[in-house]
Ligand binder design. Sequence first.
Ligand code: IFM
Length: 456
Amino acid sequence: MTDLPILPSGFRFGASTASYQIEGAVDEDGRGPTIWDTFTHEPGRIRGGDTGDVAIDHYHRWEGDLDLLAELGIHDYRFSIAWSRILPQGTGAVEPRGLAFYDRLVDGLLARGIRPVPTLYHWDLPQALEDRGGWLSRDTAEALGDYVGVVVDRLGDRVRDWITLNEMSVQTLYGYALTDHAPGRGLGFGALPVAHHQLLAHGHAVARLRAAGAERVGVAQQHFPVVPASGAMEDLVAAGTFAAITNWLFADPLLAGRYPEELRPLIPVDDAQLAEDLALISAPLDFYGVNYYEPMLVEAPREGADYAGAAEVDLPEGLPFALLPYPSEERTDFGWAIAPDQLTAILRELRERYPNLPPVVITEGGASFHDGPGADGAVHDARRIAYLDAHLRAVADAVAAGVDVRGYYTWSAFDNFEWAAGNDERFGLVYVDYATQERIRKDSFAWYRDVIAAQP
Ligand code: IFM
C-alpha cells in the first residue's frame, strides 16, 4: 500500500451533506417552502440560474446513495434534516411523511453499519418563519427548540450523535449582513441579532437533546484562520476585528460564555437577559465541529485602493478591514486558497483560546474541482486526493501538537448544489451527472476508502 495518512486509533472518518443541497423533491410529501426555495427562484441570485428543486434527487435515490456510502466504508454520515419537512410552517402541525423519510434514512444507515450524525439546521429556514422576522426574531430560536423536540422524540432511540446548527457565521454574514445567501437581507452590522438568535437556538436545541438523553451533542462552525497582511499595527487591528466577527462572535459565547467585548453593544438584550442567554448558549458540548476551507488575509483598507474581486467575497466599502487574496501556491477550481497548515493553525488557536474546548471533529473539509468523466468514463480527480491527503496530515499535526481531534468528515460525499455558485462547483467523492442523475465514483472515492481501511 502507498503512503496513506494515518490517524490515531479510534479516529472516525465520515462524509457530510445537507438537505437542500442534495434532496430535491421540494414540493413532495408536504414539505413547506424555505428561504432557499424563495432565494433560488429570484432572478440573478444563483450562478447559471440553478436551484435545489431537484439537486441530486437524493430524496428518491437515498437507498442507492447509502449503498455507495457503505462501499466507501465511512464510520459516520453527517446529513441534515429539513425543518420544513417536519414542520412545514416552522411551527404547529407536524408532517408525518417528513419524519418517516428521516426514519428510513436512519434505519438504512444503521443497517449498513454507518453511524447517523444529523445536523438539525443547515440554513434551510422555513419561509413561514422568515415571513415573521426570520433569525432577526427571538421567537425563531424558540421555534427551533420545539422542532428539535419533535425530531429527537422520533429518532432519539437510534441516533446517538447530534449537531445543532451548521455555520451560524455564514448564514449571519452572507445571508443577513450581505446578500450572497438566502434570505439576502444586506443589513450590515444590523445583522448582529441574527448571531445571537442562532446561538440561542443552539442553546435551546442542546437543552432539548439533553432532556431526551442524547449521548453526544455538538455544533458545526466554519472557522477561517485570519492572517494579517503585515505586522503593522493597523493591519493587526483590522485582522483582529475581522476575526472577532467571523470566528469569536460565535465561538466565544459557545465555548467561553461571553461575547467579544467590542461586539457586545450590538447584541440586542440587556445585561440580565444576556447572562441568562449565555448560560444556555454555553452549556457543555461533547464535541466541537470545525468546518475548514481556507484562511483569510486581512489588511486595514488603504486610501484609494480598489478591493473589488480581490477575494471571493466583495465587502461593502467603509468597513474597518479589507480582504486580499491569500498567497497560496495552489487554489481549488472555486478559487479558494489551499493551505493545510492553516487548518493545523486554527486548531491550535482554538485549543489555546478555550481551556474547556471539547474534543474536536472536523465536520467539513474538502474542495471543489471541476473534473468530470474522461474518455475512459472515469473521473480522475488527483487534485482532490492531494488536497485530502494534505489536510488529513494537517489534522495529524494538530493531534501531535496536543489538540484532541476525533474525526474528519469530508465535504462532500456527492457533488451537490453549492448555494450561490449553483451546480458548477463540485465537492463530491462521487460525481453526479445532473442531466441523468448517474453517480460515478471519482478516484478520490477509492482513495478515501483505502485510507479508512488502512487505519489501525
Ligand atoms: O457547501 C457548503 C456547506 O453547505 C457548508 N460549508 C461549506 C460548504 C462548501 O462551500
